[in-house]
Design a protein around this ligand. Structure first.
Ligand SMILES: NC(=O)c1ccc[n+]([C@@H]2O[C@H](COP(=O)([O-])OP(=O)(O)OC[C@H]3O[C@@H](n4cnc5c(N)ncnc54)[C@H](OP(=O)(O)O)[C@@H]3O)[C@@H](O)[C@H]2O)c1
Length: 450
């Protein structure tokens, strides 16, 4: 089906660019709608029409809120993968199996690929990119991280002259919504999650989001591009948001911080002759209230990157949703269609400069926030300071609050440290566990100031 009857391109290419769409859900529906409703404008952009040739779904009987032309909906992927006339396979079905195999088949058949699938790109992306390069086709994945925010293109091309020093990102809208509610309403974790679920921002099984698994997939993709190295998702240090309590938000606020789930990567220059290392981690983080990321609220996402030439860059916008994500998918389609017009592919290949080792979490240095319940008696503070001191940690501030909900004979301490090694902090926490005066370590959070 031809969407519009736009003229031939100035480059002299006849006919349309033919699309096979795998998936017609939240994103696929948005992509189909865009291709159908904005066909004329897109054809002007490309110089020839984009034709939605086939759409593969799982369930042909399902009611859809987008209507596609008669006869193009199918539940047989062979109708796309084996159709020699399809130029670009657009994968918006998700998952790794059978998706990865279908895309490999498409690439081997000489088809270009656009995907929004962060799980697949983070786990099999390097292999898919190599395969695509060896078959002279493109694979584009702008929508896989940050929905409508231009990120992949920025890291692949726009920052290419820089050595990226660090990136700090809020890249999971579900958790950012929950944390924003906790900060603004003094809500505890469970009611804030329930509200996010009622509004459709969190799934009924929220594990992937609240345990920060989703954020590690996205960070694997961004850090690989930013540092021109391969960052395997399972190697990313990860802590979710489920241990955060209203008390942490109150204490953070009093200290001048906000709490966000931050995905971060940072380059470490090591000694002469040693390769740089990178630290990659995702965990709840205290951010000073005046840094750019601290103001990113609700379901919004943002990435703050520091390059040695460009300095600070902030990329901000809607990280998910049908329209923003299909905006990125269709931009990739247009880009590949323009490459087809010019007869080129792989103009910006993924470059691996080397294998930068990951800094073990024990070697990471950061500042810490520690909230403790201790016995309300003389000498306890001195014991705690001693335990920190024994492991090379110095205290920047310590606040003891009179709290109405405090258990009998207990006091709450909120301690902020100077820069300390993770290994030292863990050893100090072990020492606290053996100390009768420390009743409970309620939370330990890292502090960053991007
Ligand atoms: N939703 C977002 O805001 C967002 C943002 C960024 C990236 N993404 C990524 O985009 C992808 C799609 O997400 P989505 O939210 O659009 O998912 P979705 O609403 O669940 O849609 C998935 C679509 O794929 C089809 N499908 C799934 N498995 C299939 C199979 N084995 N064979 C044939 N068709 C199959 C489904 O068919 P039926 O309709 O028949 O069930 C459905 O149309 C995922 O990789 C996701 O991570 C989503």
């Amino acid at each position: 089906m031809t969407i519009t009857s736009a003229p031939r391109s100035s480059a002299g290419h006849a006919g349309s660019v033919r699309i096979g769409l795998l998936g017609l859900g939240t994103v696929g529906g948005g992509v189909a709608r865009l291709l159908l409703e904005r066909g004329e404008a897109i054809a002007r952009e490309v110089g020839r029409p984009i034709e939605l040739r086939r759409v593969v779904v799982r369930d042909l009987t399902k009611a859809r809120d987008v209507s596609v032309p008669d006869g193009i909906l199918t539940d047989d992927p062979a109708n796309i993968l084996d159709d020699p006339e399809i130029d670009i396979v657009v994968e918006v079905m998700g998952g790794i199996h059978p998706t990865g195999d279908w895309l490999r088949q498409a690439i081997r058949a000489g088809k270009h690929v656009v995907t929004a699938n962060k799980d697949l790109v983070a786990t099999e992306g390097a292999e898919l990119l190599r395969l695509a390069a060896s078959h002279g086709v493109d694979i584009a994945y702008e929508a896989s991280v940050g929905g409508g925010i231009p990120l992949i293109g920025v890291f692949r091309q726009d920052l290419a002259a820089n050595e990226v020093q660090s990136l700090h990102a809020i890249i999971n809208g579900t958790t950012n919504y929950i944390l924003t509610r906790m900060a603004q309403d003094g809500a505890d974790y469970a009611p804030a999650l329930a509200e996010a679920q009622a509004l459709g921002y969190a799934e009924s099984d929220p594990t992937n989001d609240v345990e920060a698994i989703d954020a590690t997939y996205k960070l694997a993709i961004l850090a690989s591009l930013a540092f021109r190295t391969h960052v395997p998702q399972p190697e990313i240090y990860r802590e979710g948001i489920t241990r955060l309590r209203a008390d942490d938000f109150r204490a953070a606020h009093d200290l001048g911080y906000v709490i966000k789930l931050v995905a971060m990567a940072r380059r470490h220059h090591r000694g002469l002759g040693e390769p740089d290392a990178i630290e990659v981690r995702v965990h709840p983080t205290l951010l000073p209230r005046d840094v750019l990321l601290a103001g990113v609220n609700g379901v919004y996402n943002a990435v703050h990157v520091k390059g040695d030439l460009v300095g600070d860059v902030l990329l901000y916008g809607r990280g998910a949703g049908s329209a923003p994500t299909s905006s990125a998918v269709v931009a990739d389609i247009i880009d590949i269609a323009l490459n087809l017009n010019a007869g080129i592919a792989n103009r910006v290949p993924f470059k691996v400069a080397g294998d930068l080792p990951r800094l073990p979490i024990a070697e990471v240095e950061t500042r810490y926030y520690v909230r403790l319940w201790v016995a309300d008696q003389p000498g306890v503070l001195a014991q705690i300071a001693q335990a920190f001191g024994d492991h090379g940690i110095s205290i920047a501030s310590c606040i003891q609050k009179e709290t109405s909900g405090a258990p009998e004979g207990s006091a709450e301490l909120v301690i902020v440290t100077h820069l300390a090694r993770e290994a030292g902090m863990r050893a100090a926490l072990d020492a606290f566990a053996r100390m009768g005066a420390v009743r409970e370590v309620a939370n330990v959070l890292r502090i960053e100031a991007p």
